[in-house]
Write a protein that binds this ligand. Structure first.
Ligand code: GLU
Length: 466
C-alpha cells in the first residue's frame, strides 16, 4: 500500500510551499487508494510551539485535504526514539563520543588549516578505555567511511553522494539524550511505513544520512521525491515580500481552497494544457515522476484567474457558506441564489463577491458624487418619480423579467430610451453607476424596497447638487 506523509515543523504558519508538498503527498496516496498521514515535527522544543502546530492544523482543515488516522506528534515519541538509539548502541552500530566542544572546535580548526573538510574523525568509534570524567557523551552512528550513497529520486533522477565529501559519524542523540532531526524523521518514516517520501529539495542533503540510519536499523528505504522550490519572478526564493506565504492569508484575501490547491498543483507539474482540475482529476492525473525538475515561479495573476474560474462555477450554497467568513449572511435571503448568479461572473475573490453583494442588499447610505453629477440631471429625477408611480400602481414584480417588461412598457409610453432610466435607477439602487444587469438588481432588492430606494434618492435631491 502507498503511504505518504506530510511532516511540517511547527515554527510558524503553514506556508504555500508546504501546502504544495502536502497536496502532492495527498494526491500520490489517494491515487493508489493508500494513506496520507500528518506528522508534526515538534522535537525542537525551543523553536516549535503548540500555537504553530494548531495553526498548521487549522490551515490544513481549511484546505480540505484530509489525512488518515490521528496526527502524529514527534514530541510524544521521545521514548520510542531513545529505544532505537539504544538498539544501535547494543548492536555496536552506534557509540558514545566524549569529545568536548573545545576539542571539537580545535579539531575542526586543524582540518580547515590543512584544507580538509571539517568533519568528525571517528576517534571514539572503537574506544574501549575509561571515559573522561564529567563529559556527557553524544551518540554517533557508524557511517560508511568511503564509497557512495546513491538512490533514485523520482524527481531528480539518480543521485550520488560521495561519502568522503559529506558524511562522518554524525550525531543521533545529543548529550542531553534528545535524538537529532534526521534520526527521528527516519524512525518515524520507517515505523509509519511510509513508502513515498515527498518533500522540498532543501532536504536532499539529509537523505544520505537518513539512508545510513535505514541501513543500520535494517529498515526498508522508501522512494524519495525531492520537489524544487517555488521562486519569485526574479528567480529568487519566494519570500513574504512577493506576496503572502501564510496559507490562511489566502483565505482572508478571499481565495477558495480548491482554487489555491488547483494553482499549487500546476506550480511544478502539468497535464497537457489543462489548467482547471477538480480534486478527483488531480488524484487521477497527478504523477510524482512528472514533477518539474526545475523550480517554478509564483504567479499571483494566475491564482486570481483560477479563483475567478472557481467562483463562476461553484455551487451557490457553498459560496453562500464561504461568504459567512466575510461577515455576510445570505442564508435567510429569499433571493440568495439569484444574487450569487448575478455576481459570480464579475468577482475574482470572495472579498469582491461579498462587497458586491453588500452593495445590492444594503440600501446606499450615500451616492457616488461623480455618477450623481453625470446622470442625475435633466429629466432624470422626473423619470425616476414617474417610474416609481408606475411601480406603485403595479402588482409586485418578482423577477428580473417582470421588472424588465414593466420598465419597457413604461419607457415606451413615455417615449424614453433605456439609458434615460437605467443609470439614474442604478444610482438610486446601489449608490453608483456600476452594477450588474439593472433588472437583476431590482429583482434582488424586491419591489417595495425598489420603491423605497427611489424615494430616498428623490428626497436626497439638492444635497449633491452644489
Ligand atoms: N519537517 C520538515 C520541514 O518542515 C520536513 C521533513 C521531511 O519532509 O522529511 O521542512
Amino acid at each position: 500500500m502507498t503511504i505518504t506523509r506530510f511532516a511540517p515543523s511547527p515554527t510558524g504558519y503553514l506556508h504555500i510551499g508546504g501546502l504544495r508538498t502536502a497536496l502532492y503527498c495527498y494526491l500520490v496516496s489517494k491515487n493508489k487508494n493508500g494513506k496520507f498521514l500528518l506528522r508534526i515535527e515538534d522535537t525542537d522544543l525551543a523553536r516549535n510551539s503548540k500555537e504553530a502546530a494548531a495553526a498548521i492544523e487549522e490551515a490544513f482543515e481549511w484546505t480540505g485535504l484530509s489525512y488518515d488516522g490521528e496526527v502524529v506528534y514527534q514530541s510524544n515519541r521521545f521514548d520510542l526514539y531513545k529505544s532505537y538509539v539504544q538498539k544501535l548502541l547494543d548492536e555496536g552500530k552506534a557509540y558514545r563520543c566524549y569529545m568536548s566542544k573545545e576539542e571539537l572546535d580545535a579539531m575542526r580548526a586543524e582540518q580547515t588549516a590543512a584544507k580538509q573538510r571539517p568533519h568528525y574523525d571517528g576517534r571514539y568509534r572503537d574506544f574501549t578505555g575509561e571515559p573522561p570524567a564529567g563529559v556527557e557523551p553524544v551518540i554517533r552512528i557508524k557511517a560508511p567511511r568511503e564509497g557512495e550513497i546513491s538512490f533514485v529520486d523520482g524527481v531528480k533522477g539518480e543521485v550520488h553522494f560521495n561519502v568522503s565529501d559529506m558524511l562522518d559519524d554524525f550525531i543521533i542523540a545529543r548529550s542531553d539524550g534528545t535524538p537529532t532531526y534526521n534520526f527521528v524523521v527516519t524512525i518515524d518514516d520507517a515505523l509509519m511505513e511510509i513508502t513515498d517520501v515527498i518533500r522540498g529539495d532543501d532536504h536532499l542533503s539529509n537523505t544520505p544520512k537518513q539512508i545510513v540510519i535505514y541501513n543500520a536499523l535494517g529498515f526498508k528505504i522508501p522512494k524519495f521525491y525531492h520537489v524544487p522550490m517555488i521562486l519569485n519572478h526574479q528567480g529568487k526564493k519566494l519570500s513574504k515580500r512577493d506576496g503572502a506565504l501564510d496559507v490562511m492569508e489566502y483565505k482572508r484575501a478571499g481565495y477558495l481552497p480548491e482554487a489555491l490547491l488547483n494553482f499549487l498543483v500546476r506550480l511544478g507539474w502539468s497535464h497537457g494544457d489543462q489548467e482547471i482540475f477538480s480534486l478527483e482529476e488531480m488524484i487521477q492525473f497527478f504523477d510524482p515522476n512528472h514533477i518539474n525538475k526545475s523550480a517554478s515561479a509564483f504567479n499571483e495573476e494566475k491564482l486570481v484567474w483560477i479563483n475567478a474560474q472557481y467562483i463562476k462555477q461553484l455551487d451557490a450554497d457553498r459560496l453562500i457558506k464561504e461568504l459567512e467568513y466575510f461577515n455576510l449572511s445570505l442564508a435567510d435571503h429569499p433571493k440568495a441564489h439569484e444574487l450569487i448568479d448575478l455576481l459570480r461572473d464579475r468577482a475574482k475573490t470572495l472579498v469582491e463577491l461579498a462587497d458586491m453583494a453588500r452593495a445590492i442588499i444594503n440600501a446606499p447610505t450615500d451616492y457616488d458624487a461623480k455618477a450623481y453629477k453625470k446622470f442625475i440631471k435633466g429629466d432624470a429625477l422626473e423619470n425616476l418619480k414617474a417610474f416609481k408611480q408606475t411601480l406603485e400602481a403595479h402588482e409586485s414584480c418578482s423577477s428580473a423579467e417582470a421588472f424588465e417588461v414593466l420598465a419597457k412598457q413604461f419607457l415606451e409610453e413615455k417615449g424614453l430610451k433605456l439609458k434615460d432610466l437605467a443609470q439614474p435607477l442604478r444610482i438610486a439602487m446601489v449608490g453608483g453607476a456600476v452594477s450588474p444587469s439593472v433588472f437583476g438588481v431590482l429583482s434582488i432588492i424586491g419591489h417595495q424596497n425598489v420603491i423605497a430606494r427611489i424615494e430616498r434618492l428623490l428626497n436626497h435631491k439638492g444635497k449633491n447638487d452644489e
